[in-house]
Design a protein around this ligand. Structure first.
Ligand code: NAD
Ligand code: UDP
Length: 313
C-alpha cells in the first residue's frame, strides 16, 4: 500500500487532500499543529484504519519509523493574509526550517516531494496572465514579504534538493482557492463576503474593488494536485494551478449578494499595502503535462460554498 505524508493536514486544502488520498487507497499520515487549521476538519477521519494523525509543529525535528513514505506533500503554512500577518515569524519558519525538515524526510525515504507554493511568488505582477517563467515583482520588505519571500525561499531550497540530490521535487504555484472548510473568520475574500452576506453585515470591499483574482474551486484543485503527484514525467517541474476565470472584487461582491439574496450593502475600506492589482494563472503547462483543467465555474463553486457556510457560521 502506498503511503503519503501530508503537512498541514488539518487545514483547508490539507484536509481535502487527506480525503482524496484515502479515497485513492493510500495510507495517510497527517501532521499539523493547528496554528490556523482545525481538528474539526479531520475529525471524520480519525476512526479510519488507514489514517494516522500526529499533532506536531514541523519546524521541530521529527523522526519516522515507517518502512516507507512514497510521497511527501508539504502544505503546512498560514495562507490567509490575515493569518500570516498575525503569525509573521511562524510563517517564515514553516517555509524555511519546516520546508527543510520535510525535504529531509523525502530525501531519507526517497519519496516524491510536492511543495504548495503560491501565486504570491509573482507579487504584484507586471506580466498578465502569469506564466511559470515570469520572475515576479515582490516587495522584499513589505508586510506580505513574510509569506511571499519565504515561499520563494522554499521554492529555491526545493530546487536545490532536486539539483544536488536528484530528489523528485514538484512545485505547485496555487492561485486563490476557495470552498468548504475555509474558516468563517479566515479573512480571505470568499469566506468574508459569504459570511457578511449571510449575516446581513456590510460587505467590505478593499480599495475600489477593481483588483482582480481568479478563483479555483477546491475539488478542481485537489484533482489537479492528484494528477501532478501521479504523473511520471514531472521531476523538478514548477506548475501553476488555478482557474483562469478572472473577476474583479467588486463583481465578486455583487455575485455573492445576488446568490445569497442578501440585503447587505457594499462598503469600501482601505486597500491593504502591496495588495496585488491582478492575478490570473496561465495554465497551458499543466494542461499539457497532466490533461488537467478546471471543471467548476465560479457561480457553481460559490453556490456550494454558500451551502457549506449556511451550516458553519
Ligand atoms: P490553512 O491555513 O487552512 O492550512 C494550513 C495548515 O498548516 C493549517 O492546518 C495549519 O495549522 C498548518 N500549519 C501551519 N504551520 C504549521 C507548522 N509549523 N507545523 C504544522 N502545521 C502547521 O491554509 P490553506 O488555504 O489550506 O493552504 C494550504 C497550503 O496551500 C499553504 O502552504 C498555502 O500557502 C498554500 N496555498 C493556498 C492557497 C489558497 O488559496 N488556499 C493559495 C496559494 C497557496
Ligand atoms: N478583499 C476585500 N475584502 C475582504 C477581503 C479581501 O476586498 O473582506 C480583497 C483583497 O484586498 C484582495 C482580494 O480581495 O484584493 C483577495 O484577497 P484574499 O485575502 O482572499 O487573497 P490574496 O489574493 O490577496 O492573497
Amino acid at each position: 500500500m502506498k503511503q503519503v505524508l501530508i503537512s498541514g493536514a488539518a487545514g483547508f486544502i490539507g484536509s481535502h487532500l487527506c480525503d482524496k488520498f484515502l479515497e485513492e487507497g493510500f495510507y495517510v499520515v497527517g501532521l499539523d499543529n493547528f496554528i490556523t487549521g482545525s481538528p474539526k476538519n479531520i475529525e471524520h477521519l480519525l476512526e479510519r484504519k488507514k489514517f494516522e494523525f500526529i499533532k506536531h509543529d514541523i519546524t521541530l525535528p521529527i523522526k519516522f519509523h515507517s518502512k516507507k513514505i512514497d510521497l511527501v506533500l508539504h502544505f503546512a503554512c498560514p495562507a490567509s493574509p490575515v493569518d500570516y500577518l498575525k503569525f509573521p515569524l511562524e510563517t517564515m519558519k514553516v517555509n524555511s526550517i519546516g520546508t527543510l525538515n520535510m525535504l529531509e524526510i523525502a530525501k531519507k525515504y526517497n519519496s516524491k516531494y510536492i511543495f504548495a507554493s503560491t501565486s504570491e511568488v509573482y507579487g504584484d505582477p507586471t506580466v498578465h496572465p502569469q506564466t511559470e517563467s515570469y520572475l515576479g515583482n515582490v516587495n522584499p520588505v513589505g508586510p506580505r514579504s513574510v509569506y511571499d519571500e519565504s515561499k520563494r525561499f522554499s521554492e529555491a531550497i526545493s530546487m536545490s534538493y532536486f539539483r544536488e540530490y536528484g530528489l523528485d521535487t514538484r512545485i505547485i504555484r496555487i492561485f486563490n482557492t476557495y470552498g468548504p472548510r475555509m474558516k468563517a473568520n479566515d479573512g480571505r475574500v470568499v469566506p468574508n463576503f459569504i459570511t457578511q452576506a449571510l449575516n446581513m453585515d456590510n460587505i467590505t470591499v478593499y480599495g475600489n474593488g477593481n483588483q482582480t483574482r481568479s478563483f479555483c474551486y477546491i475539488s478542481d484543485l485537489i484533482d489537479g494536485i492528484f494528477k501532478i503527484t501521479s504523473a511520471d514525467n514531472l521531476k523538478g517541474e514548477i506548475m501553476n494551478l488555478g482557474n483562469p476565470e478572472e473577476y474583479n472584487i467588486l463583481d465578486l461582491a455583487k455575485i455573492i449578494i445576488e446568490k445569497t439574496s442578501s440585503k447587505s450593502q457594499i462598503i469600501f475600506k482601505a486597500l491593504p499595502e502591496d495588495d496585488p492589482k491582478q492575478r490570473c494563472p496561465e495554465i497551458t503547462k499543466i494542461k499539457k503535462l497532466t490533461k488537467w483543467q478546471p471543471e467548476t465555474s465560479l457561480k457553481e463553486g460559490i453556490d456550494l460554498t454558500i451551502d457549506y457556510f449556511k451550516n458553519h457560521i
